[in-house]
Design a protein around this ligand. Structure first.
Ligand SMILES: [Zn+2]
Length: 506
């Protein structure tokens, strides 16, 4: 069992053994129980970089790594099969196996590279390129470092539970792919809607990380993304059925989080890109709706739906923007010239930070003049759509916006009419899309709120309110003392029940 250790060269030696997760693999002996012994065999071979294909191919992780490499090479059209030109000699190839370690000494992944033999290539120059045809783990890692820097808590959403359980009516199967499958030569009809295949396989791809046994099947399926056939679709569904037979497990009791928050950004993204009335927004909303439905089903299945609180909250509405509803700042030039570098933001809120020279003694006075000139131009009837923009000194903004105290708000602010755009000039003006952040008094900026759980009064409908109120509601449900904020404790009392005597503020 110690043989692989001996064959390790110093250059690929892993970090100090005391840091390895399977510390006892070195002292594992044949006297241990058979179960322990067999797990140790797996640990040894998976923790050592094999020298030869013959050794590597015995191990799942290395087979997976090799499949990954070959698929990447094929997807990048790395080779062509040609006949050997006369007088030329074929150079062979060789597998190089590397274990990548994290900073803490834990194995990050197993990597296999196919390199050309014959000393024609130099490591680090010719063959150290990596291909990431599908998932970039560095992106995931980047997110995690942000989470830790900000002190956030992160929850992994089990992709297989979230997306795949929706494919109902599937009977579990015991292998992810049929033996002796002929997917490469499948001649069933091409799929009418290849995008659904791509989406499904695109989701399965993420499971490679947590389900190495699926590596081969998923790589195989991903080769047909371009022109998937019905046979490929069936094979992808089989992987889903396999997963149903080996579902993820619930967290242990003491690790179940007190609060989980999910932000589903798809409707917002589609709304910005295409405007709120586009069918793609409707589709995005319907997908979110289905996911929420599945989450609720999961709670019901565990018989805890009536014990937990569920809050569904849209953060804002959305309105269509179009070029015909645009105000161009350069159109105000006859009254006042406004340099583009004074403008921090155009719309939905126009934010102007004038940079008066040192010779200007009273910038406050200048700002007031500036605002007066702008409003004069806008109300002159000569600026297109001018009537839809009202400019204020920060401190004169309507109270309900809570802007006047904020240090993030510049001295001059323009309140832009619903769905109106502000641009410097007419260049590049061919757009139609959606936006929010307009004055929240517009109905189009409103969103939804649904609360469910033991503390919510059943069947209670509340008049529309500002989202800031939700903070106090969540704090009350969790039994936390909220930090000072713009919400009111009255609101919380209005929608929640069972106030404890001790928590009352009189
Ligand atoms: Zn948005």
């Amino acid at each position: 069992m110690a043989t692989p250790l001996v064959s390790m060269s110093p250059s690929n030696a892993p970090p100090p053994l005391s840091l390895l997760p399977d510390e006892d693999w070195l002292i594992e002996s044949s006297t241990s129980s058979s179960a322990r012994g067999s797990s140790s065999v797996a640990a040894v071979t998976a923790n050592v970089e094999p020298k030869r294909y013959y050794d590597a191919v015995k191990e799942d992780v290395w087979r997976c790594a090799m499949t990954h490499e070959v698929v990447a090479l094929e997807e990048n059209y790395t080779w062509d099969i040609v006949s050997l030109p006369p007088g030329k000699v074929v150079i062979g190839s060789k597998w190089v196996y590397k274990i990548k370690y994290n900073a803490d000494g834990k194995i990050e992944r197993h990597k296999a590279r196919l390199v050309v033999l014959g000393n024609k290539q130099i490591e680090g120059e010719d063959f150290d390129e990596t291909f990431a045809p599908v998932v970039k783990m560095s992106t995931v890692r980047g997110l995690l470092s942000l989470v830790s820097a900000k002190g956030w808590e992160v929850h992994q959403m089990d992709v297989h539970n979230a997306f795949l359980h929706g494919l109902l009516g599937c009977k579990p199967v015991s292998t992810p792919i049929e033996q002796n499958h002929q997917l490469a030569s499948d001649e069933s009809p091409l799929l009418k809607y290849p995008s659904s295949y791509r989406r499904l396989v695109g989701r399965l791809v993420y499971l490679r990380i947590t389900h190495p046994e699926l590596c081969y099947s998923i790589h195989l399926l991903s080769q047909f993304m371009k022109a998937p056939r019905e046979g490929h679709w069936d094979a992808a569904l089989r992987v889903v059925r396999f997963l149903k037979g080996s579902p993820g497990q619930d967290l242990p009791e003491d690790e179940i989080p007190d609060l989980m928050m999910l932000y589903l950004d798809e409707p917002d993204g589609a709304g910005h890109n295409y405007g709120p009335d586009d069918p793609r927004v409707t589709n995005a909303v319907s997908r979110v709706d289905k996911m929420i439905g599945r989450a609720i089903q999961g709670l019901k299945k565990r018989e805890i739906f009536d014990e937990v609180h569920v809050i569904l909250l849209g953060d804002h509405g959305m309105v269509t923007n179009c070029d015909k509803k645009t105000i161009y700042i350069d159109d105000l030039a006859d009254w006042i010239k406004i340099p583009a570098d004074w403008i921090n933001a155009y719309s939905p809120v126009l934010a102007i930070n004038p940079r008066w020279g040192k010779d200007v003694e009273n910038p406050g006075e200048k700002n007031a003049e500036f605002v007066a000139k702008m409003n004069e131009a806008l109300s002159s009837g000569k600026v297109e759509n001018g009537e839809f923009l009202q400019v204020y000194l920060k401190e004169k903004l309507p109270e309900r916006l809570h802007y006047s105290e904020s240090s993030r708000i510049p001295p001059i602010v323009g309140m832009v009419g619903e769905g109106i755009l502000v641009r410097q000039n007419r260049t590049n003006a061919h757009e139609c899309y959606g936006d929010h952040r307009y004055d929240n008094q517009y109905f189009s900026m409103r969103s939804i709120f649904i609360g469910h759980g033991p503390r919510f009064r059943r069947g209670n409908k509340v008049p529309s309110f500002e989202n800031v109120q939700i903070y106090n509601v969540v704090a009350e449900i969790l039994g936390l003392q909220p930090a000072s904020n713009n919400g009111s404790s009255l609101f919380t009392r209005n929608i929640l029940s069972h106030f404890k005597k001790t928590g009352e503020v009189e």
